[in-house]
Design a protein around this ligand. Structure first.
Ligand code: NAI
Length: 262
């Protein structure tokens, strides 16, 4: 009995993502950066794709990694991101669509949101995922499969007011995830979504007003009475990237300490 257990334990890979190539967008800081470190700790080569600070962030990772400066809302830049990843690492297995505008957005009634700001939020938060998937999926198909994890938010479930563009964009990501999962299932590509609660990321910590308005309310409303940190998202992201979740697709996993329950 103990011999069998010992054997099955030995057969388990020490690093479940050994040799996998991952792109994490918006990973120079915050939630994306925590996920990038989690993936690298499990053996993945991680490409940190960000507007700025990508190279420095990649140098802090333990595995052979790379930083690519990219605006995820720019079609040509996103195509280049995929090409550069192929050139450096020979393929793409994992894509975490994390880059997004959140804390920098002023909370205000929807009648005061300028159309240009609405459109930029849709571009950075939603069109970016469409572009990244268009650029990356052909390479995943060549590898015979892959995993895509999209970062949404718990706000569309809660109907949080005063950031209508943001909440709408995050709701769109859940719909995008479901429909794309059906489209890519036959290719062996899983598409899932994580919906974080209010998280003390670097972006949030830079905005005192956001912290003041949301932090205490979030802690008192959730089952687990503490602040949410970027590291709290890593376990869910790793689960959705590991082979152990091969039969899970089209799902949205809310990670918010038990505020929204579904
Ligand atoms: P953050 O502001 O700490 O980091 C975001 C990163 O994305 C930055 O490094 C930034 O340079 C990059 N980025 C922004 N626009 C970009 C663009 N056009 N192209 C490339 N990179 C770009 O953000 P945080 O809080 O870690 O958020 C990460 C994701 O998690 C976002 O999608 C956000 O909406 C989502 N989220 C965050 C929550 C929170 O409370 N912090 C709650 C729920 C979801």
């Amino acid at each position: 009995m103990s011999t069998t257990n010992q054997k099955s334990q030995d057969a388990r890979p020490a690093a479940p993502l050994e040799g996998k190539v991952a792109i994490v967008t918006g990973a120079a800081q915050g939630i994306g950066n925590a996920i990038a470190h989690g993936l690298a700790a499990e053996g993945a080569h991680v490409v940190i794709a960000d507007l700025h600070g990508a190279e420095e962030a990649a140098q802090a990772l333990p595995q052979k990694s790379a930083g690519i400066e990219v605006d995820v809302a720019d079609e040509h830049a996103v195509a280049r991101m995929a090409e550069e990843t192929i050139t450096r690492f020979g393929g793409i297995d994992l894509l975490v669509n994390n880059a997004g505008l959140f804390a920098s957005l002023v909370m205000r009634p929807f009648t005061e949101i300028p159309l240009a700001e609405w459109r930029r939020v849709m571009d950075v938060n939603v069109a970016s995922m469409f572009l990244a998937c268009q650029a990356v999926v052909p390479h995943m198909r060549e590898r015979g499969g892959g995993k895509i994890v999209n970062i949404s938010s718990a706000t569309p479930f809660l109907g949080v007011p005063l950031r209508l563009h943001y909440v709408t964009s995050k709701g769109a990501i859940i719909a995008f995830t479901r429909a794309l999962a059906k489209e890519l299932g036959p290719d062996g590509i899983n598409v899932n979504c994580i919906a974080p609660g209010f998280t003390l990321s670097a972006g949030v910590l830079e905005h005192d007003a956001v912290l003041d308005q949301l932090s205490r309310a979030a802690v008192s409303a959730r089952a687990i009475k503490r602040d949410q940190q970027p590291e709290d998202l890593v376990g869910a992201a790793l689960f959705l990237c590991r082979p152990t979740s091969d039969f899970v697709t089209g799902q949205t996993l809310v990670v918010d300490g038990g505020l929204y329950l579904h």
